[in-house]
Design a protein around this ligand. Structure first.
Ligand SMILES: [Zn+2]
Length: 176
């Protein structure tokens, strides 16, 4: 069976290294995840579901799976979240909705977000930083909360996460 994740992507102006431990502390206090990291995600260690996980999801059947934890990703820079099997993020011009061709998009991603200048739209000639483009099936962020194999997150939980992050979150679904 393939694994999937509900990912809450944060683009924080506050240093994400400060936001991540604060949010984790709140998640542990609320009983949504356990405090001690264990081998419950695919790569690095993660935080297993806590005793009050039903505050975050309606269906808790995933808690029996081996891969069932929260993985917190702190990339070195703003990156595009949402890659995975069958999921290919793309950018569309926020003015005329024309999609950016894959070639230029991959070139920009390779160069890294910090190096991105203004990107010209091939259709309407408007030029704006890539983070002002609409992201389809993905999100730009510098902090990602990967809830591995979790069932759909409650809207009320996502709102609490936004309060704890003090920034809006974008929900992205990935599968590998
Ligand atoms: Zn355009």
């Amino acid at each position: 069976m393939s694994d999937h994740a509900e990912v809450l992507v944060c683009l924080s102006f506050e240093p994400p290294q400060t936001v991540a431990p604060r949010v984790l502390e709140r998640l542990v206090e609320a009983g949504i995840v356990s405090a001690i990291p264990t081998d419950c995600t695919l790569g690095s260690s993660g935080y297993a579901p806590g005793p009050n996980v039903k505050a975050a999801v309606r269906d808790t059947s995933f808690t029996n799976l081996r891969v069932n934890g929260l993985e917190i990703e702190l990339p070195d820079q703003v990156e595009l979240f949402g890659w995975g099997e069958g999921f290919e993020p793309s950018f569309a011009c926020s003015s005329c909705k024309r999609a950016l061709d894959e070639g230029p998009m991959y070139g920009l991603l390779k160069a890294g977000v910090s190096a991105w200048g203004r990107v010209a739209c091939p259709a309407c000639e408007g030029a704006r930083p890539l983070w002002e483009w609409n992201v389809l099936e993905g999100a730009l962020g510098n902090l990602g909360f990967h809830f591995w194999n979790w069932t759909p997150l409650r809207k009320s939980f996502i709102e609490r996460m936004e309060d704890w992050c003090e920034a809006p979150l974008t929900r992205v679904h990935v599968a590998i």
